[in-house]
Design a binder for this molecule. Structure first.
Ligand SMILES: O=C1C[C@@](O)(C(=O)O)C[C@@H](O)[C@@H]1O
Length: 241
């Protein structure tokens, strides 16, 4: 059982990948999911060129649900419906929480170590509220399985990604996966993990990093991801007309 410090990316004795189940061994993972969109623009024209819709999408995964706590579902991700299927014209964000976020804030040890009582359902509520504020569609997922994490990132049809790698922060396979994505990816962390002597390898593959702003790291990351989809007047060389 890894300690919280090991989960945070401090040096370990064995390689992280050796502790991950192989793809196919695992059939279930903890996922917090929300897919929502709200009216209004994402602060400008959608990169897809059509106006945002006002649809609210909710999970359709009740048949595989093993437990339900607010928006937090335990279910088979292989049954996951295309989350953004009915959201043409709306900016789509994937917010992915990595290893350990499923239990964050649920034990005194975690609350003390991360100085936070926020649990995954609180993260989910914050992410949904931000999506609604920004007028974007969002899918919020959490997994403790590295292969699943990579599969979700590579397979998503989201326009941009916000990720808290948490316990996956030192996984070269995740770095490689993110580096190969052709869409904006922002890394976020609730706390300032640098202050505890931890580091993340993932940062170098991302467009940017936001940490230490508590749950607002997520809203800032989502806003940054939306902005990254739009051309800036300061882009150099300027985009071709
Ligand atoms: O699990 C976590 C939480 C964290 O990602 C954060 O959100 O503050 C910081 C990471 O270093 C750590 O592994």
């Amino acid at each position: 059982m890894p300690t919280l410090a090991q989960d945070e990316g401090r040096p370990r004795n064995k390689t992280a990948s050796s502790t991950s189940p192989r793809f196919g061994e695992r059939t279930q993972c903890m996922a917090a999911r929300s897919a929502s969109s709200a009216g209004g623009s994402a602060g400008g024209r959608s990169p897809r060129g059509t106006s945002p819709s006002n649809t609210i999408e909710t999970s359709a995964c009740t048949s595989t649900m093993k437990s339900y706590v607010g928006p937090v579902l335990l279910r088979k991700l292989s049954w996951r419906p295309a989350p953004f299927a009915s959201m043409a014209g709306t900016v789509r964000l994937l917010v992915l929480n990595g290893k350990g976020l499923d239990t964050r804030g649920s034990t005194e040890e975690s609350r003390t170590y991360f100085r936070s009582s926020a649990q995954l359902s609180d993260y989910d509520a914050h992410i949904r509220a931000t999506a609604s504020e920004l007028g974007v569609a969002v899918e919020h997922l959490q997994t403790n399985d590295l292969d699943e994490c990579i599969r979700l990132l590579s397979g998503t049809d989201a326009d941009a990604i916000v990720i808290n790698p948490a316990g996956f922060g030192k996984e070269p396979a995740l770095v490689e996966c993110i580096a190969a994505l052709r869409k904006p990816v922002f890394e976020v962390h609730y706390g300032n993990f640098f202050a505890k002597g931890a580091t993340s390898l993932v940062t170098a593959a991302c467009n940017g990093l936001i940490c230490g702003a508590k749950l607002s790291s997520y809203s800032a990351g989502m806003r940054a991801a939306v902005e990254a989809l739009k051309p800036s007047p300061f882009d150099h060389p300027p985009p071709e007309k």
